[in-house]
Design a protein around this ligand. Structure first.
Ligand code: SF4
Length: 212
């Protein structure tokens, strides 16, 4: 763990390590100031922490993608407004020992906001997301994260049916190989390595299994 935290720091990301979900929430409260504009990506990890009710408590201007009654157009507008937020919260699909953050998106709004826009990005990540390298990160998404998320979201994909990506049938398949479903959730593959803006990306690693 020390090596990962050190490597995140070398990559100009601010790392934190906490033992529990509760500690992660306490830390999170110190990283967002009252009155700031905040938003978040869709995330089982954030749900498990209770981040949504926390952001709806009235202390922040919350760009809430789950607000009742939002039309498709309003949701798309909200995703664009997120680029001007002070803080963006999400998890990650994997963290490598070299301190790289790996994410794969279907819509792309989450990875877009992580890459550019919000002044501060806070990623909360369970220890189950730690992998040796980027190859293992890609494998993790194909064998664990995407199939479980597809099932959760009701996507009609090969992995939702079978529990793993169709590309795993071919040992020579490239990282972005996959299905041709209209509801495929693996469309944008991103790696955060050394950052130009020091500490814009903050990574809270929790010593618990969280999310997929
Ligand atoms: S490419 Fe398709 S089958 Fe493969 S993990 Fe992604 S959604 Fe599932």
């Amino acid at each position: 763990m020390e090596k990962i935290l050190e490597n995140l720091k070398k990559n100009n990301m601010q790392p934190y390590f906490v033992q529990t979900k509760q500690e992660a929430m306490e830390l999170l409260k110190t990283l967002i100031q009252p009155g700031q504009t905040v938003s978040c990506g869709g995330s089982v990890t954030l749900d498990q922490l209770g981040v949504l009710p926390f952001l709806r408590n009235g202390a922040y201007t919350f760009l809430d993608r789950y607000a009742p009654g939002l039309t498709q157009e309003e949701t798309a507008d909200l995703f664009r407004k997120v680029f001007f937020a002070d803080v963006y919260l999400a998890s990650a699909n994997a963290i490598t020992e070299a301190g790289e953050i790996y994410n794969v998106d279907g819509n792309g709004n989450r990875v877009a906001a992580i890459l550019f826009g919000p002044k501060s990005v806070i990623l909360i990540v369970g220890k189950n997301k730690i992998v040796p390298d980027l190859k293992a990160a890609a494998q993790r998404v194909k064998a664990i994260a995407a199939p479980l998320n597809c099932k959760r979201l009701g996507c009609k994909t090969y992995c939702a049916e079978t529990g793993s990506c169709i590309s795993l049938q071919n040992p020579d398949a490239q990282m972005a190989a996959g299905c041709a479903s209209d509801t495929r959730i693996c469309c944008a593959y991103t790696v955060l390595s050394h950052q130009r803006i020091k500490n814009r990306i903050k990574v809270i690693i929790v010593n618990e299994d969280l999310g997929y």
